[in-house]
Write a protein that binds this ligand. Sequence first.
Ligand SMILES: [Fe+2]
Ligand SMILES: [Fe+2]
Length: 289
Amino acid sequence: MAESQASAADPRAAGGEESRGGNGHVSVLFVGDIVGGIGRRTLLDSLPVLRERYEPTFVIANGENVAGGLGITPKLADELIAAGVDVITLGNHTYHRREVYAYLDAQPRILRPVNFLSSQPGHGVCTVERDGVRLGVVSLSGNLYLRAGRSAFTEIESALSELRDASHIVVDMHAEATSEKVAMGWHLDGRVTAVVGTHTHVPTADARVLPGGTAYITDVGMTGPRGGVIGVKREQAIESLLTQMPVRFETSDEDPWLMAVLISCSRPLRADSIEQVLMPRPVLARGRD
Ligand SMILES: [Fe+2]
Ligand SMILES: [Fe+2]
């Protein structure tokens, strides 16, 4: 795991960036879409292990599927925040639970995609601070095959203008199409610390730091049951595909895994490394179900 500290001799660490803070070692654990109660329990059981192993400065988690596979409620969001999740990002399932609408306006640490319509509840940008390090987080939605009222590629500019003082910026690009996510990574390379993709629930093998210093992955994956079909009981998903008829979907609870990435940084707005964290739910905790 990562490792390098900023060197005083590193010319990239100098040059007026000190006012942003964040020149020391900073790491961000970004957790892929938490699916259902099984995903939530997997995260809660894994966090102590991950804290000991990686000592992340910040934890971000995508929570769009935490309420029974679809959406999020205030109670569940509060539980994630109490467990140490600094920022919750969302996606196309943001508004599945009506009871969360007012909470989205009131709670600064939960983000719906910034390129939704401004008339829709919630906000898409926030900053959290720890030890003088200011982490800006942006939630974005892709526009291909997903419903987002405005372009991710134009709205990201106003989002970034709100984060001029941030030591680091992590962008969750919640999108269906790999092309949109890859393009957003290149578009923001050298301008933000990381662009991480979510939504497909399947982790991709392309984690890397782009030439300009932005960590990138097309999809982090999900925190939930690998034994299903992107979270759904596999027999139900297969029946739906076989019969082409409506089928009630339930969240699988088979083979829960945590899927995340750890982004390590030693200078503002740049990453040194991005490492996938793919692990089964800790065995000792399973008796709690
Ligand atoms: Fe999702
Ligand atoms: Fe999604």
